[in-house]
Design a protein around this ligand. Structure first.
Ligand SMILES: *Cc1c(COP(=O)(O)O)cnc(C)c1O
Length: 365
């Protein structure tokens, strides 16, 4: 994406595109989800009177072992609200250089919170405790005040990489012992829960939730909802977040049908993420065997990133679109594919055979 001049990833794809692996955001609501949305009871959510939104917020808070939650239009907004509540202008936020909050939120940390960012160089988005602690400024007036550390689990730009639980526990303990807040960008936390075997284990999920002072969860990625993210945290934090949401223009009225989609997805679309992970592994194996592919990042969840010999990502994306497989360039020599709810095992099988036959570099036939 860095090399593209404008929103090249948003260009329309050939209408005969067979397997759309550009992102897990391209999913459409299932008939069962639409029925749940249609049946939703609604009210004015700015007055906290929408019963479906309240139910979704309560469910997410309870899942993560926190007191409260706030439904928002996007994951960018939940992250940006959290950053604004945790920091004051002039403070510094510590995160990995691959973080969504830094790369893909329009410079919002500076623009919305007036905070600076210290970037760490982790392993596919996962930084070490030592590197983190080395980058927390001492309490000397020369320095920006470090007030927030943020992690992303799974890490999108890290290729869907999953954090190690013990490392998160150590980070949480040391970061909070220094009086800093610890935020989770959990846009794809569901994939991490399934990959680590935490989903279905209420105690494990709560213990995980307790590691953080705030958690952003997206419903519109792997869970297949049309819209929505949920910010989770203590009551006092959510009260403040409610105010910031209003300031950002994110207060919605009778949006309960969107929350009903979320409740439906939590019930029916999390366990099945294991299928997406298996599909991603199949794609990874196919790509690793391809003569034009230099390497494939380890496939841990539903994202596959592969590298080419040389800066041919745009060519490869075009070549794959020609054989009916949609994906994104993710750097000059890297391509990303994402598996999701709308892709069956048959679709993935077909995609693999087409990818195997495609010529990914040089002039196309
Ligand atoms: C998609 C995503 C978000 C939020 O994106 P929105 O499109 O604003 O909902 C945040 N963090 C990560 C890691 C993401 O992949």
């Amino acid at each position: 994406m860095a090399q593209s001049s404008s929103n090249s990833q948003l260009q329309p794809l050939p209408s005969d595109l067979l397997v759309d692996l550009r992102s897990d955001t391209v999913t459409r609501p299932t008939d069962a989800m639409k029925a749940a949305m249609h049946a939703a009871e609604v009210g004015d959510d700015v007055f906290a009177e929408d019963p479906s939104i309240r139910a979704l917020e309560a469910r997410c808070a309870e899942l993560m072992g926190h007191e409260a939650a706030l439904f928002c239009p996007s994951g960018t907004m939940t992250n940006q609200i959290a950053i604004q509540v945790h920091t004051k202008p002039g403070d510094e936020v510590v995160c990995d250089r691959l973080a969504h909050i830094y790369n893909y939120e329009g410079g919002g940390i500076a623009r919305n919170a007036g905070a600076s960012v210290r970037l760490l160089h982790g392993d596919r988005g996962r930084f070490s405790l030592n590197e983190c602690l080395d980058n927390i400024n001492p309490p000397d007036s020369h320095y920006a005040r470090t007030t927030l550390v943020a992690v992303e689990d799974t890490c999108n730009k890290g290729g869907g990489s999953v954090w190690n639980l013990a490392e998160l526990e150590a980070l949480s303990k040391e970061v909070r012992a220094r009086g800093l807040a610890f935020h989770l960008d959990g846009a794809r936390a569901w994939n991490a829960f399934v990959a680590r075997g935490q989903w279905g284990d209420a105690g494990a999920l709560k213990a995980y939730g307790h590691l953080f002072d705030s958690i952003s969860l997206c419903l519109s990625k792997g869970l297949g909802c049309p819209v929505g993210s949920v910010l989770v945290g203590p009551q006092s934090f959510i009260q403040e977040a409610h105010r910031v949401r209003k300031v950002m223009g994110g207060g919605m009225r009778q949006a309960g049908s969107l929350a009903a989609a979320g409740l439906h997805a939590l019930e029916h679309h999390v366990t099945r993420l294991a299928d997406d992970h298996a599909h991603a592994k199949q794609l990874g194996t196919t790509l690793a065997a391809h003569a034009n592919v230099a390497s494939v990042d380890p496939v841990e969840t539903n994202i596959v990133i592969f590298s080419l010999h040389g800066n041919h990502a745009d060519t490869a994306v075009r070549a794959l679109a020609e054989v009916g497989v949609g994906c994104f360039a993710f750097g000059p020599d890297k391509v990303r594919l994402v598996t999701h709810l709308d892709m069956t095992s048959g679709d993935i099988h077909e995609a693999c055979s087409r990818i195997a036959k495609a010529r990914l570099i040089g002039p196309q036939a």
